[in-house]
Design a protein around this ligand. Structure first.
Ligand code: 5GP
Length: 174
């Protein structure tokens, strides 16, 4: 399998710092709960949380939508739910990448029924060319082309999550 670097670690760090500053400004005087969607967003969420200068709680959601293939099944299943209620809380859902938009729009609808005070979406990456359900992303890192991305938490068949930068899979052969 061949990969090609796309966005280096320094560029990611600078962008994540900007997103953290924006969240800090927007929620001044409030606590926030960040909800990373596992597994892909764990690296982004860890870095983002440390760039937010507020009281930040963390709770996790795990979903299954892809298996080990590169195509969205269109079916989203919560495989591990939040451990605490979010009623009355300011919640920021943290995604690695918004591709078709199916996952985020499903999760948004689901979380809204739990009556948070507010619900915002942070996503490291967005592939607008693949949109099937339009999603408003409140805090977006980078827009990318229709390529398969790995690194900085994102995997291909569970590999590459620990790359410190973002890369493109250029060749699917082993
Ligand atoms: P969506 O429901 O928006 O189509 O898909 C969202 C999920 O698909 C992401 O959270 C991620 O797990 C997976 N995904 C979509 N595009 C990519 C990609 O380029 N690379 C990786 N590693 N995962 C992707």
């Amino acid at each position: 399998m061949a990969i090609e670097p796309l966005i280096d670690a320094g560029t990611i760090a600078r962008r994540v710092a900007e997103l953290g500053e924006a969240i800090t400004r927007d929620f001044e005087g409030h606590d926030v709960i960040i909800v990373p969607v596992l597994k892909g967003s764990y690296v982004f969420a860890a870095d983002l949380a440390r760039q937010i200068d507020l009281d930040v709680g963390v709770d996790f959601l795990a979903v299954r939508s892809y298996g080990d293939s590169q195509e969205s099944s269109g079916v989203v299943q919560i495989t591990s739910d939040l451990s605490h209620p979010i009623e009355g809380k300011h919640v920021i859902l943290v995604e690695d990448i918004v591709d078709t938009g199916l996952t985020v729009s499903y999760l948004r609808q689901n979380l809204v029924t739990r009556h948070p005070a507010s619900l915002k979406i942070a996503a490291l990456l967005h592939k607008p060319s693949r949109t099937r359900v339009p999603v408003d992303i409140d805090y977006l890192g980078f827009t990318v082309e229709d390529v398969f991305i790995v690194g900085y938490g994102l995997d291909h068949a569970q590999k590459f999550r620990n790359l410190p930068y973002l890369a493109v899979v250029t060749d699917d052969d082993p």
